[in-house]
Design a protein around this ligand. Structure first.
Ligand SMILES: C[S@@+](CC[C@H](N)C(=O)[O-])C[C@H]1O[C@@H](n2cnc3c(N)ncnc32)[C@H](O)[C@@H]1O
Length: 315
């Protein structure tokens, strides 16, 4: 619930932004980014400011509705005070629940699903078998475009040793295994024998079963059995969210230079953007997303693919 936006029409968006950040920087934490955006954090919450040619876009977040109203009020008052040469209208949207955000418009999302190398029969039938067996839990499976992305990234890095954390019925494992170089191996970690058993016949049919080393144990235990040398070419993290920071750490220290770690669900259905959500997995993912951004061991990018994907490449 505590996210709100305002699009303020103006001919001077960058100027007001700089004035606001500079003025409010005396009493609050305020900063300009090199690309010309601004962030102001007051006691009640945070407002980010993005200039575009004919407007200033404001996004305010806070832990609850009352705090959000205070952020809106302080930003609006200061902005109006600086606009001495034009009359601005600052109309905030009704508060939005982060859990209801769509990373991409559903029309665009459907178009994306229609425009990648299509899943072949084996993957298509595994998706159907998963829906039949897992009902509502089938949503845990990566989408066909994410699967195509995983195969492509695995091929691009010429992977010979891959790790997957969170196998479920084996769709993403199949996609990664298919991208491996000759003689390559996927260490696939999960705790559920039942889910993995659904995927195994499809791994056989695709001719990749002998490349997949399925380990049924908590993934941190399995990772701790790996040596400490940087041998991993690509890793995909898609399991219990509370443990993402620990998985990331265990993987990054073992990634070879140029190797990739790919993390799924980094938006948590939009909840990661909304400070009202304070459960352990929300806090863990928020912290990890921030940490990766400044982690000097990697270059990273976060993409609005489905529920958000981060790709980090070891320097
Ligand atoms: C989102 S699903 C993975 C989906 C899979 N990547 C796919 O595309 O089909 C998450 C999986 O993580 C597994 N999991 C949960 N906790 C785990 C743990 N501590 N160690 C290993 N796997 C775990 C679950 O059993 C589940 O199969």
């Amino acid at each position: 619930m505590p996210i709100t936006t305002a699009r303020v029409a103006t001919a001077r968006p960058a100027r007001y932004l700089r004035q606001l950040v500079s003025h409010m920087g005396h009493k609050a934490a305020a900063a300009l980014t090199p690309d010309g955006r601004g962030t102001i954090t007051v006691a009640a919450g945070t407002c980010s400011l993005t200039p575009s040619p004919d407007r200033l876009e404001l996004t305010a977040t806070a832990a609850d509705a009352e705090s959000l109203a205070r952020v809106q009020d302080v930003i609006t008052r200061h902005l109006l005070r600086f606009a001495t040469q034009e009359e601005l209208t600052v109309e905030w949207s009704a508060p939005i629940d982060g859990g209801r955000l769509e990373p991409t418009d559903p029309v665009v999302a459907a178009y994306l699903l229609d425009h990648h190398t299509p899943a072949d029969d084996v993957l298509g039938e595994l998706a159907v078998a998963t829906r039949d067996a897992a009902a509502d839990a089938a949503h845990m499976q990566v989408s066909a475009d994410e699967g195509a992305l995983l195969t492509m990234l695995t091929r691009l890095v010429g992977a010979r040793f891959a790790v997957e954390i969170g196998v479920f019925t084996g769709y993403s494992a199949l996609c990664i295994a298919r991208g491996l170089a000759d003689g390559g191996r996927l260490l696939a970690c999960d705790v559920s024998e039942d889910w993995a058993a659904i995927g195994k016949p499809y791994w056989e049919r695709a001719g990749v079963a002998d490349r997949i080393d399925l380990r049924l144990a908590p993934a941190l235990e399995t990772l701790s059995t790996l040596g400490t040398e940087p041998a991993i070419d690509i890793a995909f993290i898609d399991a219990d969210k509370d443990n993402y920071p620990a998985y990331y750490e265990e993987i990054v220290r073992r990634l070879r230079p140029g190797g990739l770690v790919v993390l799924d669900n980094v938006f948590l259905g939009g909840r990661v953007l909304d400070p009202a959500y304070q459960e352990d997995h929300h806090l863990a993912m928020r912290r990890l997303n921030d940490l990766i951004t400044t982690d000097e061991r990697v270059d990273s990018v976060m993409l609005p693919v489905r529920d958000g994907i981060t790709i980090a490449r070891r320097r």
